[in-house]
Design a protein around this ligand. Structure first.
Ligand code: NAD
Ligand code: TYD
Length: 333
């Protein structure tokens, strides 16, 4: 199969591309703008594979997208701004990429008549105190990130309804694993713990997230691409949920850091308390998560311990300024 993977140089996209090339022998074109979160290094081990191409461009660039989609059998769109905290402090790029970018991709997919998978998030449903969201739960996003992702989902669904585009939506829960940019909870805590930097827990730390190992989510997306019914949405949630403070304590135990590093900091504005996804629909298609949180977290901590050059370039660059803006303190070296 020949795939156009947008946002394939980011965390989940690069894991997906690797899986498609290694396990399925696909020819993959990656189109990625290489924002702060996108890195060609994430694809270093697969970039010499047969049929691999890399195009540096935004999904909002219609000419670049028209060139990249030529010959593709399907488009999978990961390209997004993905950090809730950044969407609160600087939402502009979220609007451009999610609204305009998704529109440009949908038009290109329609013109080429190819299948289109939109990678989305459980955050479009908002927070839930008890129970789990299904695909028919109402969309109640809370942040500029989730609101613009929800808008993109609605546009994708309209392209099936109106133009009969073979579009599908895949909504994942919180991913973790190798190659995740250290602005997100797990890699941030792992790197801070390894450096003896404070571990900033928002509010009371009792928020709950449903964790999915990135390879399981990537496989779920591939499964929906192959077996999903056009026009349908599939939730792809992880096997375990965990309270944030508990996640931080497990990371402390795995890295041998001290509990004293935990520092309670000002809560995120509009912070969603709990996310929970029911994944029965994608299970009925034959997908199952394989990696439980305990095992996945151990593998993730080990990956960061063994891949210093990957994060050293990030941690010594612009990330330091982001960290200071976000947390009001500088990182140790
Ligand atoms: P990421 O931030 O690691 O990567 C995003 C990638 O998109 C980067 O390579 C970036 O350069 C690229 N990009 C950004 N704007 C672009 C644009 N305008 N044009 C082309 N490329 C652009 O994100 P991620 O965590 O890998 O998330 C990928 C997708 O999965 C997103 O759509 C996100 O909403 C969704 N998702 C993420 C999670 C999670 O926990 N990380 C959970 C569920 C769903
Ligand atoms: P995050 O990784 O940003 O994912 P999301 O907001 O999309 O769920 O955050 C996961 C949880 O961890 C969320 O409840 C916010 C919390 N959090 C902290 O307590 N401290 C931090 O430094 C970060 C980045 C997140």
């Amino acid at each position: 199969m020949k795939l156009l993977v947008c946002g394939g140089a980011g965390f989940i996209g690069s894991n997906f591309v690797r899986q498609r090339i290694v396990e399925h022998g696909d020819a993959v074109t990656v189109l990625d703008k290489l924002t702060y979160a996108g890195r060609e290094e994430n694809l270093a081990d697969v970039r010499d594979s047969a049929g691999f191409e890399f195009v540096r461009a935004g999904i909002e660039d219609a000419a670049a997208v028209a060139g990249a989609i030529e010959g593709a059998d399907a488009v999978v769109n990961f390209a997004a701004e993905t950090h809730v905290d950044r969407s609160i402090s600087e939402p502009d790029a979220f609007i451009t990429t999610h609204a305009v970018g998704t529109f440009v991709l949908l038009e290109a997919a329609r013109a080429s008549g190819v299948r289109y998978v939109q990678v989305s998030t459980d955050e479009v449903y908002g927070s839930i105190e008890e129970g789990s969201f299904t695909e028919s739960s109402p969309l109640l996003p809370s942040s500029p990130y989730s609101a613009t992702k929800a808008g993109a989902d609605l546009l994708v669904a309209s392209y099936h309804h109106t133009y009969e585009l073979e579009s599908l939506i895949c909504r994942g829960s919180n991913n973790y694993g190798p190659y995740q940019y250290p602005e997100k909870l797990i890699p941030l805590m792992v790197l801070n713990a390894l450096h003896g930097d404070p571990l900033p827990v928002y509010g009371d730390g009792q928020q709950v997230r449903n964790w999915i190992f990135v390879e399981d989510f990537a496989r779920g997306i591939g499964h929906v691409l192959a077996h999903g019914v056009p026009g349908e949405t599939y939730n792809v949630g992880g096997p375990d949920e965990a309270v944030n403070l508990d996640v931080v304590k497990r990371i402390i135990a795995l890295t041998g850091a001290s509990d004293d590093l935990i520092e309670y900091v000002t809560d995120r504005p509009g912070h969603d308390r709990r996310y929970s996804l029911g994944s029965e629909k994608v299970r009925a298609l034959g997908w199952e998560a394989r990696v439980r949180f305990d095992e996945g977290l151990e593998r993730t901590v080990a990956w960061y311990q063994n891949n210093r050059p990957w994060w050293e370039t990030i941690r010594s660059g612009d990330y330091r300024a982001y960290y200071e803006r976000q947390y009001g303190r500088s990182l140790g070296m």
